[in-house]
Design a protein around this ligand. Structure first.
Ligand SMILES: [Cu+2]
Length: 334
């Protein structure tokens, strides 16, 4: 516990942005502070497990006991070895090669076991993937690392054989993307990236997206709307990697500000999810719209992009950090 107390004292001096204005771009210092925070949370979790097991709920009437012997460590993609990255990619491709469990009568567009994860866009999204790959400790995408470099140069999106594939083919002169406002709010314009077309590199370059689009904002300001979210609509995987979005909304300062400066669960949730009508995507939206493309930009079917799970594993990590630290959120994250 001493480690946590020392860390909290240090974090009280963090130069995170106060108030509701947009956090500034990342510097090396917040990156290090975020890493220290994650390490302290890891140490505390392992310390807790040394003296007792932690009972966690898996689902209805299903429980598991976490111990030091069965705990799995989820790591940032860039810290995995190439062999480990290849193993994860193979696991996803395995799901994409197997027929869906979902009956065709229920979801005509669900053709593969990967498509069975279509409902994964919910809190703890990795749980859906974990149900299909129980041996897997899903890695995460450290947004703040990319916020210091670029999407295309990161080991997740560099298009190499050990990446989650790269950008879409370039489409010149794309217009801005317009996110429709909710409850009468004016909406939000986002800049296009340098891609936009079909993904042409890496392990998922020939992947077929089966489900959607449902509500897909397009570059140029229009939106495709389709009420049949379960229809079969095979097409290529598209991306429009947009570094400026992750730099603005999901940098290390943004994440630290979210974790350390919100004492009310509603405030925390709003800053996590974002308030587009106020021009804020939140750290969660920052990751989503930095991937962009189809289905990445379409909230209802965004789990159809294999990078989705690395993005949402980062959301899981934030929730884990918040619940591990002593403070207003005194509950155990399940
Ligand atoms: Cu999401």
């Amino acid at each position: 516990m001493r480690l946590i107390r020392l860390l909290l004292l240090a974090l009280q001096t963090l130069p995170v942005v106060q108030g509701t204005s947009m956090p500034q771009h990342a510097t090396a210092m917040p990156i290090n502070q975020l890493a220290d925070l994650a390490h302290a949370a890891y140490e505390k979790s392992m310390e807790d497990l040394q003296t007792r097991s932690v009972r966690v709920r898996l689902g209805r009437r299903q429980y598991n006991s976490c111990t030091r012997d069965n705990i799995k460590v989820r790591r940032e993609w860039g810290s995995l070895t190439k062999t480990e990255r290849s193993a994860y990619i193979s696991a996803i491709q395995c799901l994409q090669a197997k027929p869906a469990f979902t009956p065709e009568s229920l979801a005509p567009g669900a053709k593969t076991r990967f498509d069975d994860c279509r409902d994964a866009h919910q809190p703890d999204a990795s749980r859906s993937l974990h149900g299909k790959l129980p041996h897997l400790a899903s890695p995460y995408w450290g947004w703040s690392k990319i916020a210091q470099t670029s999407m295309e140069s990161s080991p997740i999106f560099d298009g190499s054989d050990t990446s989650m594939s790269g950008n879409g083919s370039p489409i010149p002169n794309q217009g801005e993307i317009f996110l429709t406002g909710v409850h009468g709010s004016p909406g939000l314009y986002l800049p296009p990236g340098p891609g936009g077309g079909c993904v042409t590199s890496g392990p998922f370059q020939n992947m077929i997206v089966n489900l959607g689009p449902v509500n897909l904002p397009l570059a140029g300001g229009t939106t495709i709307v389709n009420n049949d979210s379960l229809a079969y609509n095979p097409r290529c995987l598209k991306r429009d990697l947009t570094t400026s979005i992750v730099q603005e909304f999901a940098n290390a300062s943004s994440i630290l500000y979210l974790i350390m400066q919100h004492n009310e669960i509603n405030d925390f949730q709003m800053h996590l999810q974002g308030t587009p009508d106020k021009g804020d995507l939140g750290v969660h939206g920052g990751g989503h719209y930095a991937i962009c493309g189809d289905p990445g930009r379409d909230a209802s079917v965004s789990p159809g992009d294999p990078a989705f799970y690395l993005h949402h594993a980062m959301v899981d990590q934030i929730r884990e950090l918040v619940s591990t630290l002593p403070g207003p959120f005194c509950y155990v994250y399940l």
